[in-house]
Ligand binder design. Sequence first.
Ligand code: ZN
Length: 408
Amino acid sequence: MKPQVDGERLWGSLMEMGQVGREGEGVNRLALNDANKEGRDLFAEWLRDEGLDVRVDQIGNIFGVREGTDRDAAPVVVGSHLDTVRDAGVFDGALGVLSGLEIIKMLNQEDVDTGRAVAVAAFTNEEGARFQPDMMGSMVYTGQLEVEKAWAASDDDGVTVKDELQRIGYLGSDELLAGRYLELHVEQGPVLHSEGLDIGVVEGVQGMAWWDGEYTGEANHAGTTPLGLRRDALLAAAELCIRLRETAERLGEGSVVTMGRLHPKPDVRNVVPGGAFFTVDFRQYERELYEEGQAIVAKLVEEVAERHGLEVSLTQTVDAKPVRFDPGMVGLVERKTRELGLSYKVMHSGAGHDAQFMSHVCPTSMVFVPSIGGRSHCPEERTTKADCVNGANVLFRCVMELSGADGV
Ligand SMILES: [Zn+2]
């Protein structure tokens, strides 16, 4: 057989999944909410329709397994996630999961025997929009996060991951060992689209560090408190924001830093802010610079507090180190891309993905397809049908070779 997915069928399942959790223009399948359950149920039903054995592990990761002839070899796992951020597009995560499903459909349709089993995975809470840390399912799966800690994570309303897993019926106990892992994902950045390329051959993922911080000074009267006597927490946070930016520019090499949340307290117009809660997100691909940047951020937060006479608390919530994928797997993706006559570049990912954790337990790589205008995490997120199909075909060829499919 010619390894080629059914593009119309793949697009159809993407669009159908994109209706689940739809509110207006956007999709709201936040991890473990009702719409996420609905998406999971639909996916599990599609897996069963293909005769697959559906397994759910203790953190709610779903695996559909198509057995191979070699029972001793661990499966080739293809996957991504079905949860979304708030007001999301339809491609982020779903493309990777449903391309895996489409590959299974092709293997069934063409009656292909594989040596290794082929499994499709949907990991729990990749986005981290409702529960932190993000990439929770793949972190637990790969032993990078204890399941008890993940279960105890709670959302803004105090509801825990374990409560929600139980409520929606996805607190499982199954296990699956991965032999190889591949993930197709939209780039979520502007590079491929702006350079007019078909495929990104992903060689690694940049490191990502998150902190929650809080400055505490003194709330006071905005009219009667002289500037020199203020302990203004928001002013300190504002200075920190600017100095973080300068730090990233000085470090260079693609370093990026973001203060995405900032809440002054008491948040009243005529009161000097006595408190300021903030978050910091720092990313870098080079391991040494990543470690150096983390140390600088922590020191900077302290320095600014001291200068403003404030108390400070700083908690690091994420430390996902930069990852270099297995060269053999990266080479395989590149070779299959070339076989298909597609244009490509070898690149690293700016966003975090389940693949970065899977790379700790088995040889791993990723395939990127262009995001129009680089837009993602918004209803305007788009990837053309042709690009989705190209990505799925690269993935399919990789799976055929890795699983030792007959005729390959
Ligand atoms: Zn994603």
